[in-house]
Design a protein. Structure first.
Length: 263
């Protein structure tokens, strides 16, 4: 093989090696850039998550402090004979309990009807309600409330066990309290709606209007918990429409509260 041919082959081989090296360098650079961009996205995602978490923590901390303030105010305002049961969650939050206290002192109702029972029953009594009728569907929870009333030396509360049954109301089917247990109610001055459980059924509390609306006194006050849920918000608006001489306002409580009271 001639020298020129050998040089030509060597040159070709060296060129191929050089090309492979350049391709490898380019591929490595491409992967590096892709990895860098990916890392940047990960870093951004982490930073965004940190910001969101910080906002959630800040919001939660403010809410916790707000509820603590309300709870302290309740203890200062009311003659509580024992510790209150846990609030928030399924139970009424302290901000709502404080509002109930203010409303009862303002309107001085003779008869309060409460759908649900628990800490709110104690608060309504200690705030100055003359007579309270608390409706409870859960027998075990009713027994707990009875014990709570005894601990707080409350004697102006009548607990009624009204199981949830299927009912036809206004040509619609609902699961609501056995209204046969409520027939004797009349001239209700203050209606507090915090039951039955409504987290899984937007219309769970709607029957309160057709069943109890006609039993309200002329200047009755209606308070509805959980109005950050659409069902309770709609119920509040329906009550307001049925009571033209009343006004409706929503309070930005932990779970949302609606108040319908005389003009």
């Amino acid at each position: 093989m001639s020298t020129d041919a050998s040089l030509l082959i060597l040159t070709a081989v060296l060129t191929l090696v050089l090309v492979l090296i350049l391709v490898n360098i380019w591929e490595t650079r491409r992967k590096g850039i892709a990895l860098l961009n990916s890392n940047r996205k990960i870093v951004k995602t982490i930073k965004d998550s940190e910001v969101n978490i910080a906002k959630v923590i800040e919001k939660r901390s403010k809410q916790d402090f707000r509820q603590l303030e309300a709870l302290v105010s309740l203890h200062e305002m009311l003659d509580l004979k024992a510790a209150l049961p846990p609030t928030r969650g399924w139970a009424a939050s302290p901000d709502l309990l404080l509002t109930l206290t203010s409303l009862v002192r303002k309107h001085q109702p003779k008869l309060v009807v409460e759908l649900g029972s628990g800490a709110s029953t104690i608060i309504l009594s200690r705030a100055g309600a003359v007579e309270i009728v608390a409706i409870e569907h859960d027998l075990e929870y009713l027994k707990n409330t009875q014990e709570l009333l005894a601990e707080h030396q409350v004697s102006n509360v009548k607990l009624i066990h009204a199981p949830l049954i299927q009912k036809e109301i206004l040509e619609e089917s609902f699961i609501w309290y056995d209204s046969s247990k409520l027939q004797d109610l009349k001239e209700i001055d203050f209606l507090f709606i915090d039951g039955p459980p409504g987290s899984k059924d937007d219309a769970a509390r709607f029957p309160a209007l057709p069943v109890l609306g006609s039993k309200l006194s002329k200047n009755a006050v209606v308070v509805i918990d959980d109005t950050k849920r659409s069902g309770e918000k709609t119920l509040a608006e329906s009550f307001a429409n049925a009571l033209p001489n009343h006004k409706l306002r929503f309070l930005d409580h932990e779970k949302g509260t609606a108040i319908i009271e005389p003009l």
